[in-house]
Design a protein around this ligand. Structure first.
Ligand SMILES: *Cc1c(COP(=O)(O)O)cnc(C)c1O
Length: 413
């Protein structure tokens, strides 16, 4: 994280020492930097400043109310994928007229709620969904604005679990079907087709997939104009990649350089739905070494965080840099950094060279601000960790650590 820095031989987040946080709130704990969140948001905002644009932060990535509030204060809109996320945005005081609603399985109730809140538009992912939205809007005697999510069939060159814009993926409609959907939408009295949307995947570090995909949307926008369907908005989704290990992610300016000219030429308003780009390197997971165990083949650092707290390594084999809060002298050795959960998939790093660690050392699992806490669970009946927000020389608990009572809430004997 660009706001982690070394002072007095230990790691700080902004001006707060990570060991002081660990001491006060315990570990495991998620720690986010307000400065990093706002800087990343503004980096994108500046890069696209030459065109009219709206940055709809992807709520699923890190949905803590404080995080949403910070971004809302910067002017962000929001990309939601459930009624629960819409509720969160409302609770955080977000502007619901800047909300876009995606997802392949929107329920009747979710659609009703979103129409009631007068969101910016729905991202339609199938014809039956378009029909459902139309029916509900008619019943409510309101107009529902929509985008069709186009599946441009490009290879984003990323992990197959986070590829979404290939024809084999469940998302969106292919170019031909999308055109048909717009023709249908045009005939629906309570549907207003205002936008076209794509979201081709996540952790995309090159500009090429965007260039290719946007070109396919341009073709469709023009074809629609010929059919007298005039869209106002081009929504390119999210997916901008970040540095985890040694990737060379394109910068906001580099992405903008490829996308802005297209938007200008078509005279459309641009929507972006970044998630990871804003939150990923704005947060870390703090954890304490419980035991160091030397097996016949491996040296294990067993830490107090588990795959229930941060599942990305287990789920995608994702790389997270791991650094001690206070470095020890000595030679680097190979470690497997593992959690306490009863699964062999419960690891944060395998065969990783680390400076010597001993029992009680606090480690930072980096780049944990996106798809971290939001994917946590209570597996092994473990209370979920707290979330901490650092701002300058202060920190506050923005979600408290769960207790045993939280674990059985709602259950009956
Ligand atoms: C997940 C998601 C995003 C955000 O993706 P990132 O890779 O985190 O930027 C944006 N839009 C939609 C529709 C999504 O599902």
């Amino acid at each position: 994280m660009n706001v982690l820095n070394i002072k007095n031989n230990e790691l700080y987040c902004e001006e707060v020492s990570l060991s002081s946080i660990a001491e006060e709130v315990g570990t495991p704990a998620y720690v986010y930097s307000q400065k990093a969140l706002t800087e990343r948001y503004n980096e994108l905002d500046r890069a696209f400043s030459s065109v009219e644009h709206m940055i709809c932060y992807s709520v699923k990535v890190n949905s803590n109310l404080s995080v949403l509030k910070i971004l809302s204060d910067e002017g962000a809109g929001f990309d939601v994928v459930s009624g629960g996320e819409l509720f969160r945005v409302a609770q955080a005081g977000g502007d619901l007229s800047k909300v876009v609603f995606a997802g392949v399985g929107k329920t009747y109730t979710e659609i009703q709620e979103a129409i009631k809140q007068n969101i910016a538009f729905f991202t339609v992912e199938s014809i039956p969904e378009l029909e459902r939205i139309s029916t509900i809007a008619e019943q409510m005697e309101q107009t529902a604005r929509i985008a069709v999510r186009v599946n441009p069939d490009v290879d984003p060159c990323t992990h197959r679990y986070i590829t979404t814009g290939r024809l084999e993926n469940k998302f969106g409609l292919d170019v031909e079907a999308a055109y048909e959907a717009y023709l249908k939408a045009k005939e629906m009295p309570c549907i207003d087709p205002v936008a076209i949307q794509m979201h081709i995947g996540s952790q995309i570090v090159q500009t090429k997939p965007y260039e290719e995909a946007v070109q396919r949307l341009v073709f469709l926008v023009k074809k629609l104009r010929a059919a007298e369907i005039y869209l106002k908005i081009l929504d390119i989704g999210g997916g901008f990649g970040i540095l985890y290990e040694n990737e060379k992610p394109a910068s906001a300016e580099e992405f903008a350089a490829k996308i802005v000219p297209v938007v200008k030429e078509l005279e459309l308003k641009l929507y972006l739905e970044p998630g990871r780009f804003i939150a990923g390197n704005s947060g870390v997971l703090l954890t304490t070494v419980q035991y160091v165990k030397k097996g016949p083949e491996k040296r294990f650092a067993i830490v107090d965080a588990g795959m229930n707290d941060l599942i990305r390594p287990s789920l995608y084999g994702a790389f997270h840099n791991i650094t001690p809060v206070v470095e020890r002298n000595g030679e680097k050795k190979l470690y497997d950094v593992v959690g306490p959960i009863c699964e062999s998939g419960d690891f944060f790093a395998k065969d990783r060279y680390l400076l010597p660690v001993v029992q009680g050392d606090i480690l930072v699992i980096n780049s944990a601000g996106a798809y971290g806490f939001v994917m946590s669970s209570n597996y092994n009946t473990r209370p979920r960790p707290p979330e901490i927000l650092v701002s300058k020389d202060r920190f506050k608990v923005i979600r408290k650590r769960e207790g045993y009572e939280d674990l059985i809430r709602g259950e009956n004997e």
